[in-house]
Design a protein around this ligand. Structure first.
Ligand code: TYD
Ligand code: MG
Length: 473
């Protein structure tokens, strides 16, 4: 009998009985990959081996459920603990996704080095010697037993004194057997794409293997109470089935982002069953591993006093955390007939919209100008509050007029040139005040707590002409 196969979208995990050029669920092109349909018997067999049988399980009264097990375990990196909602929950499966080379293995080795948890570190990608060399490199920058690194409480201990067991294995059945026989306090699996279970015929990294490996690890975590960190590669081309298809299986998804050439990395929580999402933690890749950046705004604000045109500071909110950074624009006369527009870290269509608003509602002739836009630190910004700073940076470069370095901006720009209020204005004002800004420009329609405005002047602007009048006249 011919084996039945299914098609899966490597971007969102959508299933389809036939091949399609475009995934109907997420709209991505060329992402469908073929995989054997999971044989019902094996899947069931492996499940019943670890799960209690049907008779044993009964519903529980809500009041009778003991939630003491929800106590959190610290991973030794305060920023990662905060991202998880105050440490890792025992028995949870946490996926760390990111492009190759971004620092997933580095982070996952730094966790046991700093937390002193008894860890089983399973690697299908590196040899034990490579892991050891990396551990030494991570410990090398910190002579002696303890040293403060970036964060007050961060301590790196001597790698040789930690109880970290390195297990070079790709057969997930062996991994789970090993972990069940000698349960560690934390298990790390690097990476889901290299693991496989021999109960399935498909190759490691295929959709069905990835799903089964994750499901097996989830069952192991839930049964044993051991928290598991699972690493998954994301590739842009979509040929390797990505962590997207695992998002609904795992408890927490943390995604590593950042420009590969820059040294800043952002770890973003995009799903969290035990805490809030859209939180971020910022790291800097150094010669001795990742350093936590406890105050990202401080690093993203330039050192120069003022005097440079084309720069404006934006007060955004990433998750619940206010983040201030510099927006840079360069406006120059177009050399060729058609003007060029380019945006790094900002939506290019949104830039075009803002330029059209400036042209139509405020009478600036920008259509014959090249406009280049850049967000500091390799950030990707999607907060609409960045509109106002982008507009100001463009105008500042256009007039070659430098904005005072202690001004910052938070507002959305509408199609009729009006400045619209943005969420949580108080927190943005509070952060700007804390960092020593003297003026923050917000929408006239914003409402905020007067307490937040201590030490800072809040300037309300209704539309683009009012903004121009307040700044450039
Ligand atoms: P790695 O953690 O191996 O990435 P991933 O597991 O996500 O593929 O690390 C990637 C890069 O980080 C690599 O190019 C080397 C660099 N690196 C440092 O700059 N400093 C360090 O201390 C370490 C361990 C790595
Ligand atoms: Mg790696």
């Amino acid at each position: 009998m011919k084996q039945k196969t299914l098609w899966y979208c490597s971007s969102c995990g959508n299933e389809s009985p036939k091949w399609m050029g475009r995934c109907p669920a997420c709209g991505e092109w060329n992402t469908m990959v073929e995989a054997p349909a999971e044989p019902k018997t094996t899947a069931k067999g492996s499940r019943s081996a670890v799960m209690p049988s049907a008779q044993e399980r009964k519903p529980l009264r809500l009041g009778d459920i003991d939630n003491a097990a929800e106590a959190r375990v610290s991973l030794g990196l305060p920023e990662v603990d905060r991202l998880l909602g105050g440490g890792i929950v025992p028995g949870s499966l946490v996926l760390i996704g990111g492009e190759p080379g971004i620092g997933k293995s580095t982070l996952s080795l730094q966790i046991p080095l700093r937390s002193s948890l008894h860890t089983l570190y399973v690697t299908g990608e590196e040899s034990a010697r490579q892991v050891k060399m990396r551990a030494e490199r991570l410990g090398a920058g910190m002579p002696g037993q303890a040293e403060n690194v970036g964060h007050d409480k961060t301590v790196i201990a001597d790698p040789d004194r930690q109880s970290i067991d390195i297990f070079c294995e790709t057969n997930i059945d062996n991994v789970i057997a090993q972990a069940a026989a000698n349960p560690p306090q934390l298990m790390i699996v690097d990476s889901v794409q290299t693991m496989f279970t021999p109960t399935m015929d498909s190759t490691p990294g295929s959709v069905s293997q990835i799903k089964e490996v994750a499901a097996m690890l989830l069952r192991f975590a839930k049964e044993s109470g051991v928290p598991v960190l699972l690493i998954g590669h994301i590739t842009k081309d979509g040929f390797i089935a990505g962590p997207k298809i695992l998002e609904h299986i795992v408890d927490v998804v943390l995604q590593f982002e950042g420009e590969n050439r820059g040294s800043y990395r952002i770890l973003r929580s995009i799903k969290n069953r035990f805490g809030s999402t859209s939180e971020i933690a910022v790291f800097e890749m150094t010669g001795a591993g990742l350093r936590e950046v406890a105050n990202p705004s401080e690093m993203l604000i330039p050192m120069h006093e003022s005097g440079l045109s084309g720069a404006a500071i934006c007060a955004t909110l990433d998750g619940t955390r206010p983040l201030l950074f510099e927006v840079q624009a360069l406006v120059s006369s177009a050399v060729y007939g058609t003007a060029q527009r380019s945006a790094t870290g900002f939506d290019a269509r949104r830039l075009n919209m803002l330029l059209a608003v400036l042209e139509k509602r405020a009478g600036f002739h920008l259509s014959a100008k090249d406009v280049f836009l850049n967000m500091a630190g390799g950030l990707k910004v999607s907060d609409p509050a960045a509109d106002l700073a982008v507009t100001c940076a463009v105008l500042s470069s256009n007039f070659d007029f430098a904005l005072p370095a202690d001004y910052c901006f938070a507002g959305e720009v509408g199609l009729s040139g009006e400045i619209r209020p943005v969420a949580q204005t108080d927190r943005r004002i509070g952060e700007a005040a804390r960092l020593g800004f003297k003026k923050i420009f917000v929408s006239s329609y914003s409402s905020f707590d007067a307490k937040a405005t201590k030490g800072i002047q809040v300037v309300k602007v209704a539309d683009i002409p009012a903004l121009v009048k307040a700044l450039f006249k």
